[in-house]
Design a protein around this ligand. Sequence first.
Ligand SMILES: [Zn+2]
Ligand SMILES: [Zn+2]
Length: 395
Amino acid sequence: MPELRKDPITREWVVIASGEAGRVLEFTAAVRRAPLTAPSQPCPFCPGHEDLSGPELLAYRPPSTGPDTPGWRVRVVPGRSAGVGNGGPSGHPALQDPEVLQDRREGGPRDHPKGGDPSLRSGQALGRHDYLPVRPTLKGRSHGPEGLYDTMQAVGAQEIVVETPRHEASLADLEVAQVEDVLWVIRERAEVLGGPDWVRYVSVSRNHGLEAAPAHPRSQLLAAPVVPQGAWDYARGLREYYDYRGRCAICHIIEGEAGARERVVYQNRAWVTLAPYASGRPFELWLLPRRHAPGIGQVEALEMRHLAAALRDALLRLKVALDDPPYHCQWLMAPRHLEGMDHVHWSIAITPHLIVSGAQELGGELRLNPVPPEETARLLRDAIAPTLEVAAGRR
Ligand SMILES: [Zn+2]
Ligand SMILES: [Zn+2]
């Protein structure tokens, strides 16, 4: 029998269909993978085209190589979204201040001291954030009836983390050590972007197979003066759970799920990957750090290595079980510079974009998930062991 389940954090009720193994496998990718970049349009994120993606803000590269030249393993460049920032055509305020840019280059791209003290990774030469000088203010309420609408300058910064020089690779294909490099870079840039006191949220996300070309593997960071609704719902849900139950919902979930294992896909010493109990979408996964922390800024070296292993594991399982589906990966961390956010327990949600037979919304936007999370967990648990070598061999 189908059942109604309630998400303990968002309090959303969803309908979970009864498990019908045959039906579970009737799905197709909803969105076709973006076509490979045509030769006439060089990928701006590929080695040799560094000049097309803007001056690098950070790179892990051998000391013998210079900025904006090939040889890097991970590279951060300004984002080009028109949605935030006031940095002109580049979309990044950093480019407006040649002096600051020079400072960052003198700090120099450097090699990542793997396994070293992560506290050494933030706020160093490349970590200045004073290229974000503009404090956004409410512009007033000039639109509509008096006092009805708020407007704010769309100021902020977007950065692209180019995860590998290999255009055709995906994060699931990379070595764990390379994924760990990517995570250290994200941690460093998230801390930098979250520095100014007006920044309310640093969003970290990655899309796979969902965006227009080029499809070069990359994550993006977005610093904004407002908290996105999903992140706010998450923080508020955890606060309310804490007020009601006297403990953190995520800590509670880990305690219950890791023991029962019914919905657990993978776990190591620092992370648990599971199919959430009240998931409204087929094959959704949560990656949860065992230690309560508000964001990646508090992650320690060993935990980072375990996160790299857990993230790569989750993506590889999805790739193998669902034939390389498009997906959205969103980090949920505590808002910045707001009081009372210690109760936020950060996490990573991965949502494949699929058309699944039987998936639908019932009236009133009540979502129906035709793939029970227990079925998701079983399929993904079984996916990787017999096929790991095959997947690795595709490299
Ligand atoms: Zn490329
Ligand atoms: Zn917690």
